[in-house]
Design a binder for this molecule. Structure first.
Ligand code: IPM
Ligand code: SF4
Length: 769
């Protein structure tokens, strides 16, 4: 056996190992976080937690904040401030709460009046905030996007957002290694979006559970950074913790001249590139799973159902339950066909579309817009299309597209040209589908109700969505455009400097100056801080049975309830779309029936519970309903973590016979007892039905009601030594370019750290600095 030092490592192992602050014997790791992106939906409760415990943000210089999910995409010509601009009360409150928080904590913020505002996963890379070899987190599942740079980037829940804000670390464990190699070459008309949809079709939405996927092979090497981002973005849809691609010349080329990357050609840049070049898997590194695909087998791919694994080549027909072996898939197929209003056997190309959405963190970058414009150029949107919209991923993408005349191509064809934001990807703002409307969408999730209650989503590439807009039906781009719309590998540079007055005189010393006024980390103490959690020892109560697979967090708590700035009060909204029909309780749904109304335990017989979004609102809603324990054959990673942070217990029972025994008790309406101390599930008479295993650190915290942040703060010494080492080895990660440059150039004033208001009237304080 080679020693730990000499053992060949994967890219993931290398980045992970380089960030370990502390490792316990049971594998619990305190991991240092280099980059934290924050948005309005998943942060209010985290900032509230900090305030309640009188804590500060430890590293404002490593934190970047924007608004994206709730904001309208209508013209901002008359924009003055979010308070006046956002009409919907809850959305407005979420955005203004964020603005108060960035002021109170002195954070760098791209507000709606700043050209650099955009979807978090678009602006991080665009600004050079995302760098190879870093750890990147955000309270958002599509943080996986940033893995395209060889960063270890993953979504976290709100409790973890608070943990990172307070400590700049996370408590985590190692994931498995999965390699997906795509060899050969892609045929014309096939893009990275088709590749990733195809992959999810092959491995399924739970295929990557517990693993970090490394994408490699000649097809991946040949992709531009933007195309790589689209792929890593959707690794969460394959159930993975993260997706990664080893950095190479394409990556370095993309990073040249980005405001927050080391200055190009400086000694620091060279040092960085030298380090980044070492970030590749060792030749004989071992993977837990290997998948090998050939690019030539991939055809433009599109989704037909309500899960991202429900995909098919555009040349295919809508499948039926008989096309699947697995019972769970047969049942979900039936339900999906009903929801989608489709009949098995219908050719995909005959499906008529009502709306077209080109946007989202998967496909709203300049290359995506160019690919769509190439299809649209000189043509008109079909007359049956009620709305075709282009929503650029950031203000800078929008400006770049306008400078290339793409906006004109789109508007001439009949598309609406909007302002940056998440928009109809999840419809937290006014951009939604009406019930039964069918949408060709470049986003990443086709869950029931995702783009609007009753709305029907088909996922596809920008070129395919543009083709659907022109044809009025789902259509094959290859039949409508002669040349491949795939962008060349040459990097499509968005002009990130346009707002940015970079001083000519910068030299190496700059890095030292390039620090916030108080570059000392803001240290929090563990003393007298947050309240901790209620202890979980045993739980006795009614268990509700749920025979479903892939229950996503959009289903557990739909988007309209994410606008709260509190953790409580979501119980009545849990499983909203399943629980109510036209405002009336649906009698078929288990939680509306007799004893199950008071269920404390949920027994799910299908795999992959809690997949999709990172919203901690899902466990909050279950907890508020009264459910403290969920038993299932497997869970999606982020949901699994989120439950523990709320004193809840997710129990993996992978033994089918044991699970069926437990489910039988639940179906009979009898109580179960979950004994965490002895790790046993008992029936109402107290006889053991099954045993289980919970990682010792997590068990210890639950049983003793311990607060993670408090525990981590006791490691201050170790965190400080880690930071000192980081400053020496990767100095480019300290300080934020904005925080210094903001004091120099007038055009940068709006991005300076936000002083705490001293007028006591935050609402009337101008927000566009
Ligand atoms: C709001 C946020 C928690 C969520 C996510 O984590 O993915 C959102 O971005 C989504 O796409 O559903
Ligand atoms: S998936 Fe959609 S809602 Fe989520 S961050 Fe991306 S664009 Fe926004």
């Amino acid at each position: 056996m080679p020693s730990a030092e000499t053992k060949p490592k994967t890219l993931y192992d290398k980045v992970f190992d380089a960030h370990v602050v502390n490792e316990q014997d049971d594998g619990t790791v305190l991991l240092y976080i280099d980059r934290h992106l924050v948005h309005e939906v998943t942060s209010p409760q985290a900032f509230e937690g900090l305030k309640n415990a009188s804590r500060k943000v430890r590293r404002p210089d490593c934190t970047l904040v924007t608004v994206d999910h709730n904001i309208p995409t209508s013209s901002r010509k008359n924009f003055k401030n979010a308070e006046e601009f956002i009409e919907e009360t809850d959305s407005r409150l979420q955005c203004t709460t964020l603005e108060e928080n960035v002021k109170d904590f002195g954070l760098t913020y791209f507000g709606m009046g700043d050209k650099r505002q955009g979807i978090v996963h678009i602006i991080g890379p665009e600004q050079g905030f995302t760098l190879p070899g870093t750890t990147v987190v955000c309270g958002d599942s599509h943080t996986s996007t940033h893995g395209a740079f060889g960063a270890l980037a993953f979504g976290i829940g709100t409790s973890e957002v608070e943990h990172v804000l307070a400590t700049q670390t996370l408590i985590t464990r190692r994931s498995k290694n999965m390699r997906i190699q795509v060899d050969g070459q892609l045929p014309p008309g096939v893009t990275s979006k088709d590749v990733v949809l195809h992959i999810i079709g092959v491995i399924g939405t739970a295929g990557g559970t517990g693993a970090v996927i490394e994408f490699c092979g000649s097809v991946i090497r040949g992709l531009s950074m933007e195309a790589r981002m689209s792929m890593c973005n959707m690794s969460i849809e394959a159930g993975a913790r993260a997706g990664m691609i080893a950095p190479d010349e394409t990556t370095f080329e993309y990073l040249k001249g980005r405001p927050l990357a080391p200055k190009y050609d400086s000694a620091e840049w060279k040092k960085a590139v030298n380090y980044w070049s070492s970030l590749k898997s060792d030749a004989d590194a071992a993977y837990d799973t290997n998948v090998v695909l050939d690019g030539k087998d991939i055809i433009p791919t599109i989704s037909w159902g309500t899960s991202p694994q429900d995909v098919i080549p555009i040349t295919g027909v809508v499948p039926g339950p008989d096309d699947f072996q697995d019972e769970n898939r047969k049942t979900s197929c039936k339900r999906a066909l009903e929801y989608m209003g489709l009949t098995a056997g219908t050719p995909m190309k005959e499906i008529v579309v009502d709306k077209v959405f080109i946007g989202s963190c998967t496909n709203a970058r300049i290359e995506d817009l160019r690919a769509a414009a190439k299809v649209v150029n000189g043509r008109k949107v079909a007359s049956n299309i009620k709305l075709a919209m282009i929503v650029p991923g950031s203000g800078l993408v929008k400006a770049q597209a306008e400078s290339e005349g793409l906006d004109q191509i789109f508007t001439d064809a009949g598309f609406e040209w909007r302002e940056a934001g998440c928009s109809m990807c999840l419809g937290m703002n006014p951009d939604i589908l009406q019930p039964q409307e069918r949408c060709a969408s470049t986003s990443n999730r086709n869950f029931e109700g995702r783009q609007g209650a009753g709305g029907r989503t088909h996922l596809m590439s920008p070129a395919m969505a543009a083709t659907a807009a022109i044809v009025g039906k789902l259509a094959d781009v290859r039949e409508h455009v002669s040349a491949s719309p795939v962008a060349a590998k040459a990097e499509p540079k968005v002009d990130v400097q346009q707002d940015y007055d970079s001083p000519e005189t910068e030299d190496e010393l700059d890095r030292v100056l390039d620090l916030p006024a108080d570059n000392e980390p803001h240290t929090n103490t563990s003393a007298g801080s947050s309240a901790g959690l209620p202890k979980f020892t045993t739980l006795k109560g009614i268990a509700a049975p749920m025979d479903r697979a892939n229950v996503d967090t959009d289903a557990i708590i739909p988007k309209q309830f994410l606008k709260t700035i509190k953790r409580t009060g979501l119980g009545s909204a849990a499983f909203h779309e399943l629980r109510y029909t036209n405002g009336q309780e649906n009698p078929d749904f288990v939680l509306n029936q007799g004893v199950y109304r008071n269920a404390k335990i949920l027994v799910v017989t299908g795999p992959n519970f809690g997949c999709g979004s990172s919203r901690e609102h899902a466990p909050w809603a279950l907890l508020d309903f009264g459910i403290k324990c969920i038993i299932a054959p497997s869970f999606a990673d982020i949901f699994f973590n989120n439950t523990f942070k709320n004193g809840m217990l997710p129990l993996v029972i992978s033994d089918e016979a044991a699970l069926q025994k437990i489910a039988a008790e639940a179906r009979a309406g009898r109580e179960l007892e979950v004994d965490l101390v002895n790790q046993e599930i008992k029936d109402a008479q107290g006889s053991k039905i099954a045993g289980f295993d919970v990682e010792s650190f997590r068990r210890h915290c639950l049983i003793n009601g311990l607060d993670d942040i408090g525990i981590t703060l006791q490691m201050e010494g170790k965190i400080r030594s880690f930071e000192a080492k980081r400053s020496l080895e990767t100095p480019w990660l300290d300080g934020s370019g904005y925080l210094k440059r903001g004091n120099r150039g007038a055009t940068m004033v709006e991005a300076a750290p936000v002083p705490k208001t001293n007028r006591g009237d935050v609402k009337n304080e101008p927000l566009e600095w």
